[in-house]
Write a protein that binds this ligand. Structure first.
Ligand code: PFF
Length: 470
């Protein structure tokens, strides 16, 4: 078989698709609540440091691997490790990535599906249903009931998976790139519009203080590890997503320029999301001092809609906001689907259609377990392999496994492979192709050989020792 491999139509195609992969629920759902949990300021600085010192070098590594081999993650490691130490083992890193993509896509789409329900609620003026009564600031049980309703969970999850499979089915340039070229700019415009709105709220200044006034005495080892772990998740690293997208990159385009642009976009968007959310939350607190912010992981789906409901014009603004979240999530689920599909296309020599439909439906069936494990099915929600409340149920267990174990492990192995197994010549040539290094080659080489593996190793050791960092 010699199917023509997909390729981005140009430099912008790769940048927008990869930025779309990076910007997702990690930026809009997870980053704001972990920033709240870790008291802003110093945590935000550590996070930015983690992106620069660990995230960036690993993203360079992943993209260069993909572009050099022009293959799926498994094929990439097989090709590039040939004749090198451990040649028979390295393809295992690719397999680990494909399995991780399979797992993350299955539960990530469940959360992504919730946004559809919230857009509908916002448009039909129903956000107030989240309160116990329209005037109370006490959260009712709408969200809990929604999670426990297996039919609803399955419906929204199905819609989201359907959209993901639909886009990837049409291929690299005609599906993924085309959608990213529309959704990523739209997403950015919505975000800027919402940021402009947030500057008019009275909580805006307080939000900036909270985010940018570091208080290092509040920083714990746990927050440092959390910032590091999150820099992985948010940049889509450690499972071959950037590798796969890199494999469709043209030789004449510069990897460093693209990678730096993507990381800046991702970080700016995470911070803008915080500014928007915190401004309106603090505004609410000023109006109603007893308003409970609730530092929980569900803030995006519980506190926020309630605040939106009470602010003037909140119905429309919240509809736009949840649309933003949905778009951001879709461009990320697409990249997860593409990792698994490209594996089947390159390794089994399947046609794209066959690969996407077969893999997509397998992931879909597996993800149904997560969708009904949130309260709808007692057996599935009762599973608790790790034994902590936050990791309960199939959903919680898979999220814990993927973010705390699989992504850091994949990232560590990728850093070790590129830093210690690949030669200087191979990596330098690939990074300099398309010129424009931005960072000196030796700095990058030092970061990928020593800093990144040590930092990621620290996350893994802390997880083994049972540190509560996520
Ligand atoms: N980066 C995505 C986010 O921040 O939501 C999540 C993600 C997508 C992780 C793709 C890993 C991945 F391969």
């Amino acid at each position: 078989m010699s199917q023509q491999r997909g390729q981005w139509s140009g430099r912008l195609g790769f940048i927008l698709a990869a930025a779309g992969s990076a910007v997702g629920l990690g930026n809009l759902w997870k980053f704001p609540y972990i920033t709240l949990e870790n008291n802003g300021g110093a945590f935000v600085l550590v996070y930015i440091g983690a992106v620069i010192l660990v995230g960036l070098p690993i993203m360079f590594a992943e993209v260069l691997l993909g572009r050099r081999a022009q293959k799926d993650p498994v094929g990439t490691f097989r090709l590039l490790s040939a004749g090198k130490p451990g040649a028979s083992l390295w393809p295992g890193v690719g397999i680990l990535g494909v399995i991780t993509g399979f797992i993350i896509l299955s539960y990530y789409s469940v959360v992504a599906g919730w946004t559809i329900r919230y857009i509908i609620m916002a448009l039909s003026g129903q956000l107030g249903e989240l309160a116990t009564n329209a005037d109370a600031n006490v959260l009712g049980n709408f969200f809990g009931d929604f999670l426990g309703n297996s039919t609803e969970q399955a419906v929204y999850y199905t819609l989201f998976m359907g959209a993901t499979i639909g886009v990837v089915y049409f291929g690299v340039a005609n599906g993924i790139e085309r959608v990213a070229k529309i959704l990523v700019p739209v997403l950015f415009i919505i975000l800027l519009a919402l940021t402009a709105y947030s500057t008019t709220t009275s909580g805006f200044r307080e939000a900036l203080h909270f985010l940018f006034r570091p208080n290092f005495s509040e920083l714990t080892t746990g927050s440092i590890l959390e910032a590091l772990g999150h820099s992985f998740f948010t940049l889509s690293l450690g499972m071959g997503a950037m590798l796969t997208y890199g494999s469709y990159m043209r030789k004449q385009d510069s990897i460093p320029k693209a990678v730096v642009t993507i990381s800046i976009l991702d970080t700016v968007i995470a911070i803008l999301a915080c500014i928007i959310m915190f401004s309106i939350i603090f505004t609410m607190q000023a109006i109603q001092p007893d308003f409970e912010v609730g530092k929980s992981s569900t803030i995006l789906f519980t506190t926020l809609p309630l605040v939106f409901y009470k602010l003037p014009g909140g119905g429309f603004i919240s509809a736009v906001f949840y649309l933003l979240v949905a778009f951001a999530a879709l461009t990320s689920t697409i990249s997860l689907m593409e990792v698994v599909s490209s594996f089947a296309i390159d390794e089994f020599k399947w046609s794209r259609k066959r690969a996407v439909l077969t893999m997509g439906s397998s992931i879909f069936v597996f993800g149904l377990l997560s969708a009904v494990s949130l309260g709808g099915n007692e057996t599935l929600s009762g599973i608790n392999l790790i034994g902590r409340e936050s990791t309960a149920g199939v959903f919680g267990t898979l999220d814990y496994l993927a973010t705390n174990w699989l992504l850091p492990l994949g990232g560590l192995l990728i850093a070790l492979f590129v830093g210690w197994i690949l030669g200087r010549a191979e990596t330098q040539e690939e990074l300099e192709e398309g010129h424009g290094l931005l960072v000196s080659y030796s700095t990058w080489r030092f970061l990928i050989k020593f800093v990144a593996p040590l930092a990621v190793g620290a996350i893994i050791v802390s997880v083994i020792l049972g540190a509560e960092y996520q």
